[in-house]
Design a protein around this ligand. Structure first.
Ligand code: BGP
Length: 492
């Protein structure tokens, strides 16, 4: 195989809430992920207040909320980014924590300290030769917007959001040339609280379990509002900074949903998973259309979803410039078998044809061909530049005596996935603009909120119980990925 295209973007991706820590520093206020660990374990994270008839933050002081300090990126990013540059990254993805700029989300004036922090962050990236790829919201809706307004099911969020995005487009014009709107926005229905930023606060059925009580109608209202917000964001970005590009961001693992066998019911079922997991969101954002099959979904779920003619026009006329996505794994589909979901995607019956068994307890299947399949399906459907902004493997690892980790399986994982990306570009003609490895430095896991699930080329000394001296150490994969970039993918 030959090299990757000359302009190919090589790098890594993280998110503010999983990396920065400093959760209440310089004016920032809590966002949805800051309470998630509590909510997932009913411990409780947020609690219903009978007097105010609202949810409010309630943390258990005995519990470790790792995201609050994360890996202290807020204070250490300059050193960390130097290591990323040492690997030869020419691009780097992170997010802006919305709550650093508008702490509660509904203020009219931005927080200057937050803007200054990202000014310096993006300057550092540019100086080190890494193009900033910036997600506007990576599971980071300010908590106040959920407890006070019910989150994205409320159309008021569009107004607050637009104030935020216009502020950052204007402030970082020229410094950021690639923007992504909402991280894995199509995970709205499987993770309504974090990915959708939705909370039902009108007469909750189960006040102790806010996640379970989020209604379908609220989730579909959020769908409507997020699509309008996405189109308005694309429009604002194009008018404020015509030089920059803006994309949407999908969790695309569910594209690689294979019928378990040739039973036509399984073939149709697999298509249904693709539609309900990815296309239902990507079609409006990339093609400007609201898919027709949604009508029967709305009927079945007894919800009312209405787009005005004006909104349909807005969505039609403001589609994204590129489609970015995460790919971690594939799944099978067999009728009658339950689908399980988590941050990585959906899972059904084990695929007996997959060769690799990853040494990880989280059970995410490893399927490198799935990334080629996903690239092809998305390119055939959208004909837009595609950007892999997340792919990686989380492993349970510890340092050896030499203060390093021999992470051979990670090297193998990347090699096999990149071989398939290369085939998609060279043999299938897919326009793929880059590959950003997820979690080039160990950070807090989005799905489980723990440190134990490590993705990094760089180890960070922090553990699930909150201990650790936070020192950084290079793993074996650091030099591997550096070599891949040096040879522009010729030597994998
Ligand atoms: C994606 C998220 C990331 C990330 C990754 C890995 O869904 O966009 O934020 O963390 O998955 O998931 P996890 O951290 O649960 O292993």
């Amino acid at each position: 195989m030959s090299e990757f295209p000359k302009e190919f973007l090589w790098g890594g991706a993280i998110a503010a809430n999983q990396y920065e820590g400093a959760w209440l520093e310089d004016g920032k206020k809590p966002n949805v992920t800051d309470v998630l660990v509590g909510i997932l374990s009913k411990d409780p994270g947020i609690a219903w207040n009978e007097e105010t008839k609202k949810y409010e933050m309630k943390l258990n002081p005995e519990k470790v909320y790792l995201s609050h300090d994360a890996v202290d990126g807020y204070h250490r990013y300059k050193e960390d980014l130097k290591m990323m540059a040492e690997m030869g990254f020419n691009s780097f993805r992170t997010s802006i924590a919305w709550g650093r700029i508008f702490p509660n989300g509904d203020e009219t004036e931005p927080n200057e300290a937050g803007l200054r922090f990202y000014d310096e962050f993006f300057d550092t990236l540019n100086k080190l030769g890494m193009a900033p790829v910036i997600t506007l919201s990576h599971y980071e809706t300010p908590l106040h917007l959920l407890t006070e307004y019910g989150g994205w099911s409320n159309p008021k969020l569009i107004e607050f959001w637009m104030r935020y995005v216009k502020t950052v487009f204007e402030r970082f014009k020229g410094k950021v040339k690639i923007w992504l709107t909402f991280n894995e926005v199509n995970a709205l229905f499987r993770m309504p609280f974090v990915a959708g930023g939705v909370l039902t606060i009108k007469n909750p059925k189960d006040p102790d379990s806010p996640l379970a009580s989020t209604t379908k109608q609220d989730q579909w209202d959020a769908y409507h509002n997020l699509l309008v917000a996405n189109a308005l964001t694309v429009q604002a970005c194009h008018s404020i900074d015509p030089e920059s590009k803006i994309g949407c961001m999908m969790t695309a693992s569910a594209i690689a949903t294979y019928p378990y066998n040739c039973d036509p019911d399984n073939v149709l079922g697999a298509l249904d998973v693709q539609r309900k997991s990815v296309f239902y969101m990507a079609d409006p954002m990339c093609l400007g259309i609201i898919p027709s099959y949604l009508k029967s979904v709305w009927k079945e779920e007894k919800v009312t979803v209405h787009f005005t003619e004006e909104e349909r026009k807005l969505i039609r006329e403001n589609t994204v410039d590129l489609l970015s996505f995460s790919y971690y794994r594939s799944t099978t589909y067999e009728k009658g078998t339950n689908l399980k979901v988590d941050t990585g995607g959906v899972a059904c019956k084990e695929n007996p044809f997959l060769q690799d068994k990853a040494p990880q307890p989280w059970g995410w299947p490893v399927d490198p061909s799935g990334i080629r399949y996903t690239l092809n399906v998305l390119y055939d459907r959208y004909h837009l530049p595609l950007f892999i902004v997340e792919n990686g493997i989380g492993l349970d690892e510890s340092l050896n005596k030499e203060d390093t980790i021999e992470d051979d399986f990670r090297i193998h994982y990347i090699q096999k996935h990149l071989e398939n990306v290369q085939k998609a570009i060279e043999l299938d003609g897919v326009d793929c603009m880059g590959y950003l490895y997820w979690g080039p430095i160990d950070i807090v896991s989005a799905g489980t909120g723990e440190m134990k699930k490590r993705y990094g080329f760089v180890y960070v000394d922090r553990f699930n119980d909150g201990t650790g001296d936070l020192h950084r150490a290079k793993k074996k994969s650091f030099d591997y990925f550096k070599h891949v970039i040096e040879t522009n993918g010729k030597e994998l």
